[in-house]
Each structure stands twice: as C-alpha cells, then as structure tokens.
Design a protein around this ligand. Structure first.
Ligand code: DX5
Ligand code: ZN
Length: 224
C-alpha cells in the first residue's frame, strides 16, 4: 500500500493541530516530522516536546526524520515522545547497526536515510536489519526544493536489492514530490512518499492529499 506522507515542515506551526486534521481527513495515515539541529543540516526545527504535543493531537503514525549529528544521544527521546518510526542518516552514524537497535529496543521502527550522493550499495548488508529506508531526493535542510532525477534510479536499484533478498521493507522518498512527478516516483518503487510544500502550500491540503492518494493508487496498479 503506497502512502502519501505529509511533512509538517511546510505547515503553519501556529495552527499545527488544524493542519494535521486536514491531511488526516484527506486520507493520510503517516505524518512526517523533520528534526534538524543546525549542524548536520543548516536549519533548525523541532525537538521532543513538539513531538509529544503532536502525539496528543493525533493518532496518525508519527514518522520522525532525524537530520542531526549524534543521533544516538536523542533517538530514544523521540520514541518516548511518541514517534512510531525514527530514521537516522547513514552519514551521521558511526555505529549504524547499534543505532537501529537502540531505536527498535525503544519501541519504534528503525529507518536508514541516505543523502542523494550516498550510493544504495552501502545498504547491502544492513538492509535485513532495517525496518525501512528513506532515500533523500533533495539535499536535506529545506522544503520546496526540486527532486534530483538520478535518485529515481537509486530507488529502482534498491527495489531490486530488496526483491533479491526477499525483503518487504518500505522505501520512503523525501523531497520535491508533487502531483506531476508522483506517478513516476511510485512506479520507480517508492512506498512512503513524503510531501511537504505540495500539500501545505496548496489552497486545500485535504483535497491535495486525496488527489495524491488517487494518483499513487493508479500508478501502483501499473507497477510490476
Ligand atoms: C527536507 C525535509 C523534507 C521536506 C520536504 O530536508 O526532509 O521532509 O519537508 O519538503 P518538500 O516536499 O517541499 O520538498
Ligand atoms: Zn524529511
């Protein structure tokens, strides 16, 4: 089942509960929360207290994307705050296997994120212990950027890798996805499709999520 996963990065933070309710009405089942520390990426966003407040405002699956240095120090706090899945950047982890274990032990799904320039080959051995993989389709840090086309080839490669290994882990994509390129993104093999500005900068986020879910469902129908 392909999921449209709205990222609140482009939402109105002063009206977050209403914004979340809108995308939930549109059919979203997973919500993407971007955590940035001003070091791993040149931007700052939210920490565990905000995740905790969001947890009280919705029953959606909360998918936390950590764009931070030293994720070992903070990952568990996000699970305790209510995250259902937490992903960490391959580029930020010195002991990736241990970090994934930490997240899983705390009670959430553990995901690995790759920046656009990091090849999917680095996942060869870790793939069987990851619960999902997030491929960045922009350089992380900001919403509203353009999807980098070569990342779709990485998605196809990763899709082949997981089939060869008989693994069913979801492939997530993040950055620059909108109604026009969504079909291609789904056909490449993505399952969780993060979308920020395309949803929250649209006049009607509820309708936009609904439309995107429909486009994704039609594209899935032709996926082999
Ligand atoms: C970027 C973030 C994304 C961001 C995507 O670093 O990880 O989740 O919200 O936004 P759009 O869909 O606008 O590219
Ligand atoms: Zn993200």
């Amino acid at each position: 089942m392909v999921e449209i996963v709205p990222s609140i990065l482009s939402a109105n933070f002063a009206r977050l509960a209403e914004e979340i309710a809108r995308v939930e009405r549109g059919g979203a089942r997973i919500l993407h929360l971007d955590v940035m520390d001003g070091h791993f990426v040149p931007n700052l966003t939210i920490g565990p207290p905000v995740v905790e407040s969001i947890r009280k405002a919705t029953r959606l699956h909360l998918d936390v994307h950590l764009m931070i240095e030293n994720p070992d120090r903070y990952a568990t706090l996000f699970v305790e705050a209510g995250a259902n899945s937490v992903s960490v950047h391959y580029e930020a982890c010195r002991h990736l296997d241990g970090t994934l274990e930490l997240i899983r032990k705390a009670g959430a799904m553990a995901g690995v994120v790759l920046n656009p320039a990091t090849p999917v080959n680095v996942l060869e051995d870790i793939l069987e212990v990851a619960d999902y993989v997030l491929l960045m389709s922009v350089n992380p840090g900001f919403g509203g950027q353009k999807l980098i086309p070569y990342v779709l080839e990485k998605v196809r490669k990763l899709d082949r890798m997981r089939r060869e290994k008989n693994l069913a882990l979801p492939i997530e994509i993040d950055g620059g996805v909108h109604g026009e390129n969504l079909g291609e993104v789904v056909r490449a093999g993505c399952d969780w499709i993060v979308t920020g500005s395309a949803v929250f900068h649209s006049p009607d986020p509820e309708a936009t999520v609904r439309e995107m879910r429909e486009i994704a469902a039609n594209a899935t129908a032709v996926r082999v």
